[in-house]
Design a protein around this ligand. Structure first.
Ligand SMILES: Nc1nc2c(ncn2[C@@H]2O[C@H](COP(=O)(O)OP(=O)(O)OP(=O)(O)O)[C@@H](O)[C@H]2O)c(=O)[nH]1
Length: 442
């Protein structure tokens, strides 16, 4: 199934054997900031003030309950957690992405996700979390390498920050156990804030992958940096990533200097340790420790898996006590169409150089399910005609390769056969044009 028109490559599915990947939750998107409680005069509360508010909420909830244990019981579909009779609906109460009957799917706004709120004061569960607030579970809590008896359930947000190419997205995927963030060896691959959820018996860790902080050259760059700083101010734990195979540099010092104002717990994550020998790693750890008063420093390798679970333990340890934030089966709240557009972009980034990676953007225009086949119509944007020719390649060969690779990944994600129709369009200087940026979801 190919379309020979220039600028268009259609990838018809030939294999129906892709293993069924977990479907992404299709919760409506928006920033957590939008939901955060406000202080006097509508001022957004600092992380410290929010933590204090949460503590007060929890105390109030416990008082309202009388005893924390009275509400413990098995909720429908839960893991023996506290039931509140409100069901364990999807985050933000939106329909499941895997629900049948979502066809045809109109283009979705590729904006930011609304994260679930924590419980309201007084113990009432918000519909978004679907969990009772103030409920406490007794379970074994792994802490600092030892198993302790603990009676708290921890849930909260952690984010990885760091300069471009530090390995943040690869680490996010390794922790979540599924590809939710695309990766490449090109700096500034990540353009969205992507949330992945780790479920543990005693905790729920919402990992937020952010774009790399960099010196902006375009309006897009400025917006991405703003996004990073917004996430920093809203998370409970910040993991600053330092690639072990590169010396600590000006960018790292700059990022570390910005952390002083934040109330979140800040830890250092030394990434890609598989690439260096023990001596280099030791020197690197020392250099990192001199940058900032990090709560902990964790060396990891997302590729070999070295210390990845230890890192999760450390992140969880610093989360606040809180009810569960997302239902058990949700791995990400990224809308399916955004994940698909990202997989296409990742495929298009392969083999391109110089400025071209930055100029590529992808928008899924339409998706429809026909029997066991998902039809996807997507536009791949570049900034100049010359870039269009490069992306399409001689006789459309390159674009077909982009489509084939992306289709295989999308089939993995959706668990259905996929028909992918890719169209290359020119949006002149879109990285500098507010209108085009809005259209492309930034
Ligand atoms: N050997 C090795 N390579 C890694 C590891 N983690 C990431 N990489 C590679 O480093 C490159 C950058 O990784 P990303 O995860 O895309 O980096 P990022 O920090 O998300 O980059 P931006 O999107 O630019 O912010 C990719 O080529 C990865 O394959 C690791 O633990 N070991």
């Amino acid at each position: 199934m190919t379309d020979e028109r220039p600028g268009r490559a259609t990838e018809g599915s030939r294999s129906a054997d892709a293993s069924r990947g977990s479907r992404a939750a299709d919760a409506s998107r928006g920033s957590r900031a939008a939901d955060a409680p406000r202080g006097e005069g509508g001022r957004r509360l600092t992380a410290g003030e929010r933590n204090e508010l949460r503590r007060q909420e929890r105390r109030a909830a416990r008082r309202a309950e009388g005893t924390s244990e009275t509400r413990r019981g098995s909720s429908a579909g839960g893991r023996g957690g506290a039931g509140d009779g409100q069901g364990r609906g999807r985050a933000a109460g939106s329909p499941s992405a895997s629900e049948p009957g979502r066809k045809p799917r109109a283009r979705q706004e590729q904006g930011r996700a609304k994260a679930p709120q924590r419980a309201d004061a007084g113990g009432a569960a918000t519909p978004r979390t679907g969990k009772a607030s103030g409920t406490t579970r007794t379970h074994r809590h792994r802490e600092a390498g030892r198993i302790t008896q603990d009676d708290v359930y921890r849930a909260g947000f952690a984010c990885f920050v760091g300069r471009p190419n530090a390995g943040k997205s690869t680490l996010t995927n390794a922790i979540i156990g599924q590809k939710i963030a695309i990766t490449s060896n090109k700096p500034q691959t990540t353009r969205h804030v992507i949330r992945g959820i780790v479920h543990r018996e005693n905790a729920q860790l919402v990992l937020v992958d952010t774009p790399g902080l960099h010196r902006p050259r375009t309006l897009l760059g400025e917006r991405l940096n703003d996004l990073v700083r917004e996430v920093w101010s809203e998370t409970d734990v910040i993991g600053v990533c330092f690639p072990a195979d590169e010396p600590v540099g000006r960018g790292d010092r700059f990022i570390s200097s910005e952390l002083a104002e934040l109330k979140a717990t800040v830890i250092a994550v030394v990434t890609k340790v598989d690439l260096v020998d023990p001596g280099t790693l030791a020197r690197h750890l020392l250099a990192v420790s001199e940058l900032y008063d990090f709560a902990e420093i964790v060396p990891v390798s997302a590729v070999s898996g070295h210390q990845v679970q230890t890192l999760v333990d450390v992140l969880v340890k610093h989360l606040p006590e809180s009810p569960q934030l997302y239902p058990d089966d949700v791995l990400t709240d990224e809308p399916e169409q955004v994940l698909i557009a990202e997989l296409i972009r990742e495929s298009a980034l392969e083999g391109v150089r110089d400025e071209l990676p930055h100029s590529i953007a992808v928008l899924v225009e339409e998706m429809m399910v026909e029997g066991g086949l998902t039809k996807i119509y997507a536009d791949l944007y570049v900034e100049r005609d010359s870039q269009k020719s490069i992306v399409i390649g001689s006789r459309g060969v390159r674009l077909k390769e982009v489509g084939s690779r992306a289709r295989a990944e999308i089939e993995q994600l959706l668990g259905t056969r996929v028909y992918l129709d890719l169209h290359v369009r020119v949006a002149k200087e879109w990285q500098r044009d507010p209108r085009q940026l809005r259209k492309l979801g930034f």
